[in-house]
Each structure stands twice: as C-alpha cells, then as structure tokens.
Design a protein around this ligand. Structure first.
Ligand code: F6P
Length: 342
C-alpha cells in the first residue's frame, strides 16, 4: 500500500518524530511505501512530492520543524483544489493519507473524507493544545518548557531592577501555554483569551506584589483582551487569521501598567521561539506513539479517524469530532490557579 504523508499549519516540535514512527512501522511491519507531500495541502494540490522512506527519516527524532515543510494552504479556499488533490493521489497511486496538523489541516482532512471519501487518518499537533478530543497535543510540552525557562530567567532581572516584567506567550484563542508556564514559572498574574481581564485588578495585583517586596511577572497570552470595550475597539486590529485582537498585547499592557502604577515595566514577546528547536522527551514519546497508532489505523482501513491521547491510552476518534470546537481553558481551572495572583 502506498501512503501519502503531509504536515500542515504552524510547525511544532515533534512533527518529525511522527513522520519517523509512521514510516518505520509502515515499512517494517506493513510493507508500505510512502510519498511525502511538501508544505501540507499545497504539495497535495500541486503534486509537489519528496521521497519518503527509511533513509529520509534517519536521525530526525530530535529535530524540530518538519522535513516535509508546512503551509496554511487550504484546498477548499482554492478553485479546483480538491479536484487536483484527487488527481495527484491517483497519479502517485496513493491509497491513504496521513495528515498531521491542527484545527485547519485536520478540518480539511475531515471534509475530504466526509464529502469526497478520500481515505485520511489525522494526527493532532499544535503547541496551543487547543484541539478537542485529545488530552494533549505534542509540541505543547516543549512550548511550556521554553516559556517556563524564560519566566524563571525574567524573575532575576525583574528583581534586580524592581520592575514589572510582562511575558507574552502564544495562544490566540486558548490560554493553555500561559496557564501552564505561568503556574510553573511562579507568575503573579496570568491573562488568557478565555477570560477578559480587568486592568484595574491587574494593576492592584502588581502593586500588592511590590508591597510584598517582590517584582511582579505578568504572563499574557497573545489573544487576551481587556474588559474595557472602548479601549479594545480603539487598539484592536484584525490578525492574519481574521480574528480581532490587540496586536502586541504585551507591549500595550506594560505601557498601561507603567502609566497606572508608576512602576517601570518591560515586555518580552517569546513568539516563535516557543515553536522552534528540539522536542521535549514527552513530546517525542507522544508524537512517536501517535505515529505508530496512525499507521495501524491506515493498515486496518480505519479512515476518517484521528489518533488521540485519553489518559495514558492512544485512541481513535472521528476527525470531525476533534475539529468541531476548540478546547479552551475551563473557568474553574483558571479560578483554581488564581489563588497565586497578586
Ligand atoms: O500554531 C499556532 C500558533 O502557534 C499560534 O499560537 C500563533 O498565534 C500562530 O501559530 C502563529 O502563526 P504564524 O507562524 O503563521 O504567524
């Protein structure tokens, strides 16, 4: 059986570990052949392929990024996109597709399977951990580790100057990275997209922290928004994904805190550092298990499914179920963490 593999959306640590596991088990146990489609759905639409076999996956387990390249191309937003994919699958004699991606990439896989019967198996990835139907996505643990180390380092420079340090982390819709790294790094305030924040409250927390002779660390997810409607409207912009948010919320927050508390504030935006580099041991473990289970699903002809982590087990769920809604932070969990604020 010939299997196509692609990685779509924003890259994340662990993608190569999945590709390696799929190919190694596929070749060794199921005598599969593989073809890699370059840059996610773009390669499938344009017939842009790379050879994929044991030699191609040698040594890639600890490497970040993806040997297949990635893009946010969506065949449903292109004229004849789906038709071209069907033609290329026939041309390369591909009988099954393993699509490794987040909400958008897997949303496409769900539609290709549901509406066109294209045999797809999905593997969930994203540093944001916001995909439903899986307890964790690989990439998240690495991103949280990087953000936590940054917060640890920022504590000492914040204390030396008795400044406020605002740390902006990724997360457009979900505050998982902010919540986990903020808690692990001992932040005094954690602001997430799920809950609009009250600037007066944030400033009160910051002030109380100084009173206790500590320099406060404020962790803010990039999609977090203040409560004040007018302020939001004045400073909000539409990002490249078409979502309205405060672009540069970290900088914005530091300026507001400085003006309102009279304390010096600085911002660190972690950005793509959270996505780059070698995956953590946990992410290599999870990505490898996902890959092994994905090729099992292909071998069994169990299509339209996504592999997922439930507790410590890898299970299969309909891809459509995983992409129907985002997994966001539960307000009760946020409240639980909130005892450390201020
Ligand atoms: O993959 C998700 C994500 O990391 C978001 O947290 C972030 O907003 C976005 O990707 C950035 O994407 P890009 O690299 O395309 O700017």
């Amino acid at each position: 059986m010939k299997v196509g593999v692609l990685t779509g959306g924003g890259d994340c640590p662990g993608l190569n570990a999945v590709i390696r596991a799929v190919v190694r088990k596929g070749v060794q146990e199921y005598a599969c052949e593989f073809v890699g489609f370059k840059d996610g759905w773009r390669g499938a639409i344009e017939g842009d392929t790379v050879p994929l076999g044991i030699p191609a996956v040698r040594g890639i387990l600890p490497r970040g990024g993806t040997i297949l390249g990635s893009s946010r191309t969506n065949p449903f937003k292109q004229e004849n996109g789906v038709r071209q994919i069907k033609e290329n699958l026939a041309k390369y004699e591909v009988e099954a597709l393993v699509a490794i991606g987040g909400e958008d990439t897997l949303g496409v896989a769900a539609k290709l399977y549901g509406e066109y019967g294209i045999p797809c198996v999905g593997v969930p990835k994203t540093i944001d951990n916001d995909l439903s139907a899986t307890d964790y996505t690989f990439g998240f643990d690495t991103a949280v580790g990087i953000a936590t180390e940054a917060i640890d380092r920022l504590h000492t420079t914040a204390e030396s100057h008795m400044r406020v340090l605002v740390v902006e982390v990724m997360g457009r819709h979900a505050g998982w990275i902010a919540l986990h790294s903020g808690l692990a790094g001992g932040a005094n305030v954690i602001l997430i997209p799920e809950q609009r924040f009250d600037l007066d409250q944030v400033c009160a927390w910051v002030t109380s922290r100084f009173k206790a002779s500590y320099a406060p660390i404020v962790v803010v997810a990039e999609g977090a928004m203040p409560k004040d409607g007018e302020m939001v409207l004045k400073d909000a912009t539409t990002d490249s994904f078409g979502h309205v948010r405060l672009s540069g919320v970290g900088e914005w927050l530091a300026k507001e805190i400085e003006a309102r508390t009279g304390k010096e504030a600085r911002t660190t935006v972690l950005g793509h550092i959270q996505r780059g580099g070698t995956p953590s041991a946990f992410d290599r473990w999870l990505a490898t298990r996902f890959g092994l289970h994905a090729i099992d699903a292909v071998h069994e002809g169990d299509f339209g499914k996504m592999v997922a982590l439930k507790g410590t087990d890898i299970v299969r769920v309909p891809i459509a179920e995983a992409t129907a809604r985002l997994k966001t932070v539960d307000p009760a969990l946020y409240t639980e963490v909130g005892v450390f604020f201020g």
